[in-house]
Each structure stands twice: as structure tokens, then as C-alpha cells.
Design a binder for this molecule. Structure first.
Ligand code: CA
Length: 231
């Protein structure tokens, strides 16, 4: 029996980058469809329902940010942004409107494939039956009982710490901006809360990471926010 195919759509106006990305993905046995404009890409995503979207921010007919915003109004499809824009403001904007991750050009195929696999794993997990236990390292979180153990011993988390942890776990592999964390966990994205966000993150690391100074699960994305990785 043939393996079910995983379809990835690339929206990118530069033909050489499309070819490069396509070759890398096809070598890893993904099925790939290309679109050179935002309009074509939006149509393809709507009709072909891909498993993942790769989108460039600088498109000839519209801004990639608007492509992401449009798709997010009706789909949870994983979105990976490719961008020549290196400024943090652009990355943050793309993440804030709903992109899951971004890569800055130029990039290599191994990194691209690693990001694609991570996003697909996360998306598969979010579709799986709700599993009350989530494990990472020596930590086990029971979402039903709201208990957290580390090496079998109960870890006491404050309400905010627990909410922050479950939000990170639900969004594993995604880059979460400081602003979106403040908005979704605290209900306010006021910049003056950034310091308390930092404090809560270091407290979570102290309680959960083997080595809080070299975290394996709660990672800082410099200048942008955080990424929680399960593996
Ligand atoms: Ca472009």
C-alpha cells in the first residue's frame, strides 16, 4: 500500500528558490505544488488543502503577511515563512498574524527539512486524540488532573506558571512572540509585562529543566520570544 502523501505548497516568486526548496522537499518524499503569486497561492491552498504551507513575505501582487492573515481566518494549517527580511519587526509581524515559524534566506535544505518535520509533527499531534499525559525529558504533565511531576516527584507550579506551560505545550515547535504570550496567557500585551514574562520563564526552567542555564525544552528565540520543543 502506498504511503499517504504529504502535500506542501510553496508560494514564492523567485523561480530559483522555488526550484531549490522543491528539490529538497521532493528528495525527502514530500509532494510539492508551487505558486508564484499570493493570489494563486491562496487559491491553491483553498482548493488543494495542503498539509503545510511555505510562504515568502515579498510577493509581487500582495504582502505575504496578508496571505498568512487570510489563511488564518479559516485554517490551522502549519505555515513556515521564508524571508529575505532580516529585521525582527518583520518576523514578529508574521508570527503575530499566525505564522508558525520562519527562516531567513539564505538557508540550507537540512534546516528547512528539520523545521518542516517539526511543524508536521506538531500538527499531527494536535489532531490526535487528546492524550492527558504529555512527557518531555523527566517531566510528565497530566492535563486532566493538572499535575506536573519531575522524576516522579510532584512539582508545584503557580496558576500562571501552569497556564504558561500548557500554552507552550499546546503550541510546541512554534515560535511564540512575547506579545502573543502576554496576550494569550495574561490577557494583556502591554510591554511593561515583558519582565514578568521573563521571570515566569526562568522560574519554569528552574522547576522543569535539568540545566536551567542550558534549557532543552523552553528555548529563547532571541529578540522575538520563545519556542517550546518536545523532542
Ligand atoms: Ca520574493
Amino acid at each position: 500500500m502506498a504511503e499517504p502523501t504529504t502535500l506542501i505548497i510553496i508560494i514564492e516568486d523567485e523561480p530559483q528558490i522555488r526550484r531549490f526548496v522543491r528539490a529538497g522537499l521532493e528528495a525527502a518524499h514530500f509532494t510539492v505544488t508551487e505558486a508564484a503569486t499570493g493570489t494563486q497561492g491562496l487559491m491553491d491552498v483553498g482548493t488543494r488543502r495542503p498539509d503545510l504551507l511555505i510562504v515568502d513575505l515579498g510577493l509581487p501582487d500582495m504582502d505575504g503577511i496578508d496571505v498568512i492573515r487570510d489563511i488564518r481566518s479559516w485554517s490551522n494549517l502549519p505555515i513556515l515563512v521564508l524571508s529575505a527580511r532580516t529585521s525582527e519587526a518583520h518576523k514578529i509581524k508574521a508570527l503575530d498574524v499566525g505564522a508558525d515559524d520562519y527562516m531567513v534566506k539564505p538557508f540550507g535544505v537540512p534546516e528547512l527539512l528539520a523545521r518542516v518535520r517539526a511543524l508536521l509533527r506538531r500538527s499531527a499531534r494536535s489532531h490526535a486524540d487528546d492524550e492527558p499525559n504529555v512527557r518531555f525529558g523527566h517531566v510528565e504533565v497530566n492535563l486532566l488532573l493538572r499535575t506536573v511531576t519531575r522524576n516522579g516527584e510532584i512539582v508545584h507550579l503557580t496558576t500562571i506558571e501552569y497556564r504558561l506551560l500548557t500554552h507552550l505545550m499546546t503550541n510546541a515547535e512554534r515560535v511564540l512572540t512575547n506579545r502573543s504570550l502576554l496576550r494569550d496567557v495574561w490577557g494583556s500585551d502591554k510591554a511593561d509585562k515583558i519582565n514578568s514574562l521573563r521571570t515566569y520563564m526562568s522560574s519554569l526552567r528552574r522547576k522543569l529543566e535539568e540545566d536551567p542555564t542550558a534549557p532543552r525544552y523552553i528555548l529563547t528565540v532571541s529578540g522575538v520570544g520563545y519556542r517550546f520543543v518536545l523532542s
